[in-house]
Structures are given as structure tokens and as C-alpha cells.
Design a protein. Structure first.
Length: 461
């Protein structure tokens, strides 16, 4: 059953009460009724020693499903506390790709214990999956799938599914291979159930199969699953032999990880997979300080521009009052365009060949936005800054300089914001890196240059 936040708190309090009274059977009954995902969330509320005791109360199958959902620290604590027999019982219930995911995040001592408690065939499969490059389709696939032969009948196929399906991650989609394991077709349990027992698989299978190579990017696999609404995607090696499948739940994990990474990069933070509250102060500092240092140093260009126009600023101090507004507006305008284009690139709505179309569109958007902002700003400065706040140094010409700067900088900001991510993608860089903080720094310098050049030309200072 699904657990709401308030209900989860009530369950936690009830379990704490039962735990203090040592009523473990009642706790087990509560946990057994819960979804493993909710059980894992509940475990996060407890200390490590209590987690281990509660975990031991779970039935084997639910314990394995819950174990997969726990964070790395909890998984490591459980493995350290468990006997070899207990570890073996959990591992026997895990799908191979989940076991590999756990191994990749564990220290060497824990990995040795895990491998020691698996059979030779499982160890060989684990080692094969671990050899694939990180972030590749092969690294997230599972070799546990249903394969059929084209000469099989529907009756043969259903018998095979019944016999082997319990160990497969999904049985709905079945793949057809030849004697050399080359992928030649695909069918579904629905098709099998809708045909007579003596119909051969080759007569009902789909031969136009969408697949992915083991060394292709895992994000490409997730995109294909999303695009075609598949429950699973076949993975083949360089010889087109079927070696595994990627299921939709694995694809969702990839998309969550990629989106989280992009959000971090777009806000000048080094990616980190740990939950926020489990990250220490030093880890948080390390993930942020490098980009902050880079952006701080790059802001030197802004200081150089201000120093270059020091005499002009001294002649008309009121110009300084509007620098924060102008730089903030240009950064915001560039950030808007950047965010939209990064999303469009990730969804493959635009590509490098579309750069001039994108620039032309953002140029026109920049004109409309800039003129609107300038018109409102012109009236605001005259009525509020000059009349209400008594800034008598503001003249019509000063107001005009500020408003013209807004128009020009917003146009430039929109074009820079859309161009940088596209160019980054073309140069095989992550567009998320060329994101709001970086674009803001560039536009700060550019907007100040525009501002002071216009002021010098129009106000003769």
C-alpha cells in the first residue's frame, strides 16, 4: 500500500513504541503489509543498529526488494552485520543488475564478502557486467531475460516462460534469437496468449526490433524506452548477439541521476549522489567551492571594465546605482534562454544544425522582452527614482541610457544563453556546465561594457 507522509510518521511512532516493548511479531506484521520502497524510507528514520534488527524481521523476498531501495550506507551496515548465510539469502533474491549496482558503490572489503557468497556462474556474470564502461548501456543491463527460438510453438514458449520466468526480471517481453544468439525478433506474452498453441513464434514475432549496443550511452537507452514506450530494451554486443535487456525501472533511475547531475551543474555544484542530509559539511564544501572559485576569478573581467570607466563613473555617480539592476536582468535573461535550450537539447528537439534558427528566434524574443523592460523601466525611473526618491541627477538622457542598455543587453543575453549550450554540445561538452552561473558571469561583463559605452557616447562623459 502507498504511504502518505503523515501516515508514515504515525507508523514510525508505532514501530518505535512496539520496539521498546519488544513486540517484534507485531512490527513484522506492519512491515510485511508495506511496499518495500516505503519500508526503505521508513528505515532511513532509524539508527543503523535498529535498521539491522528491523531488516531481519522482513520475509526473504521483501527483504531483498527493500535492500535494493536502501542508501549505500545502510546497505553497507547490513552486510557488515550479517552472517554469510544471511548475505547469501538476500543475494539469491536479487536480480543480477541490482547486485552489480550495489557492488559498484561498496568498498573492497564488502565487495569481497558479496562475491564470496555468490556461485561461480553469478560471479562470472557480475564480472562481465562490471567490465562495461561506466554510464554505458551494458553497465545497467541485466542478462536475466526470456529468449525463444523462431521454431518454437506458442505452447513451447509458454512452457519455457513458466519454467524459467521466476528468475527473470520481466517476462512480458520475449526476445527471439537464432542458434548463435543473434537477435532476430521480439514478441510479447499478450501475442502468445492470443494465438493458438501450434502457431510458431516466427509467424507472430516482430522482426523490426529496436535495440541498443552495450557501449552506447545509458541515457540513449533511457531516451529510447521513453520514445517508444517500451517496458524493456534489448542490448546487443558488437556481433548483434543478445546479451541483456534494460528495463524501464533502470531507465527511470538513469533519468533521475542525469537530471540531478544537470541541476547540480547548472547551479555550479559538483555532482554528488549522496542525499543532502547525509552529506557532511566538508563534502558539501568540496562540491561547491571549485566552481565558486572559478566564477570568482572570472568576475575579474567585471572589475577590469569598471576600472576602465572609473572617470566616467566619477563624473556621474548616479550611473552606479543602476549597475545591480542591469547585471541582474542580463543574467536572468540569459539563464532563461539557457535553461530552455538545455532542456530542448536533452529531448533532442534541437541540434547544432538548428543554431541559426534558435539564434534568430531568441533575437526576436530578446527585442520584445528588452523593449518591454525598457519601457516599464523608463517610466519607473522617472516617476519613482527621480520624483519620489529625489535622485535629481537623473535626466531624460540618463534614463534613456539605462533603458537602451536594457534593450541591447537582453538581446545579447538571449543569444548568448541559447548559443553556448548548443556550441558546448557540438564540442562534446556537457551543456549543463555552460549554464546559468557561467552565462551570468559573461553577461555581467558584457552588460557593463554596453552600459558604459552608451553612457560615454550619449552623455559625453
Amino acid at each position: 500500500m502507498n504511504i502518505e507522509e503523515m501516515e508514515m510518521e504515525e507508523i514510525r511512532e508505532k514501530i518505535v513504541s512496539l520496539y521498546s516493548e519488544k513486540k517484534y511479531l507485531e512490527i513484522k506484521a506492519i512491515l510485511t503489509e508495506m511496499n518495500p520502497v516505503d519500508v526503505a524510507l521508513l528505515f532511513d528514520e532509524f539508527e543503523s543498529d535498529r535498521q539491522i534488527l528491523l531488516f531481519r524481521l522482513l520475509p526473504k523476498e521483501e527483504a531483498a526488494e527493500t535492500f535494493v531501495e536502501l542508501d549505500n550506507d545502510s546497505q553497507e551496515a547490513i552486510i557488515r552485520a550479517f552472517s554469510d548465510m544471511e548475505i547469501r539469502e538476500v543475494l539469491d533474491e536479487l536480480y543480477l543488475d541490482d547486485t552489480v549496482d550495489i557492488i559498484e558503490e561498496m568498498p573492497a572489503t564488502i565487495v569481497k564478502r558479496i562475491l564470496k557468497n555468490t556461485d561461480a556462474q553469478t560471479r562470472a556474470s557480475i564480472n562481465t557486467l562490471l567490465k562495461y564502461p561506466e554510464d554505458s548501456a551494458g553497465s545497467i543491463m541485466t542478462p536475466e531475460f526470456v529468449d525463444l527460438k523462431k521454431t518454437n510453438t506458442v505452447e513451447d514458449a509458454i512452457k519455457r516462460i513458466r519454467r524459467t520466468g521466476v528468475d527473470k526480471e520481466t517476462i512480458y517481453t520475449c526476445y527471439v534469437t537464432d542458434e548463435s544468439r543473434h537477435l532476430i525478433g521480439v514478441t510479447t506474452v499478450k501475442e502468445l496468449l492470443l494465438h493458438e498453441n501450434d502457431v510458431k513464434i516466427e509467424d507472430l514475432m516482430e522482426t523490426n526490433v529496436i535495440y541498443i549496443n552495450t557501449h552506447d550511452d545509458q541515457e540513449t537507452a533511457a531516451d529510447l524506452l521513453s520514445k517508444y514506450d517500451f517496458l524493456a530494451l534489448p542490448v546487443v554486443d558488437m556481433e548483434q548477439r543478445l546479451v541483456g535487456i534494460i528495463t524501464v525501472d533502470d531507465a527511470m533511475d538513469v533519468l533521475v541521476d542525469e537530471n540531478t547531475e544537470d541541476i547540480h551543474k547548472m547551479n555550479a555544484i559538483m555532482p554528488n549522489e549522496k542525499p543532502y542530509l547525509k552529506m557532511g559539511i566538508f563534502e558539501t564544501w568540496k562540491s561547491r567551492i571549485i566552481w565558486l572559485l572559478c566564477l570568482m576569478v572570472s568576475a575579474t573581467f567585471t572589475s577590469m571594465i569598471i576600472n576602465a570607466f572609473e572617470n566616467q563613473l566619477s563624473a556621474l555617480i548616479v550611473l552606479t546605482s543602476f549597475v545591480p539592476m542591469l547585471t541582474g536582468t542580463s543574467g536572468n535573461a540569459g539563464g532563461q534562454a539557457s535553461a530552455v535550450i538545455i532542456r530542448a537539447l536533452s529531448l533532442k528537439e534541437v541540434d547544432y544544425k538548428d543554431i541559426f534558427k534558435v539564434l534568430w528566434k531568441e533575437f526576436r524574443v530578446g527585442i520584445v522582452c528588452g523593449v518591454t523592460l525598457a519601457a516599464v523601466n523608463f517610466v519607473k525611473i522617472w516617476l519613482i527614482d527621480r520624483s519620489l526618491l529625489g535622485m535629481s541627477d537623473i535626466t531624460v538622457w540618463v534614463d534613456l541610457v539605462i533603458s537602451l542598455t536594457l534593450v541591447i543587453e537582453v538581446i545579447f543575453a538571449k543569444m548568448v544563453g541559447c548559443a553556448f549550450p548548443i556550441l558546448a554540445k557540438k564540442m562534446k561538452l556537457d551543456p549543463a556546465v555552460i549554464s546559468s552561473p557561467f552565462i551570468t558571469t559573461v553577461m555581467d561583463a558584457l552588460s557593463l561594457l554596453i552600459y558604459f559605452c552608451l553612457a560615454t557616447a550619449i552623455l559625453n562623459i
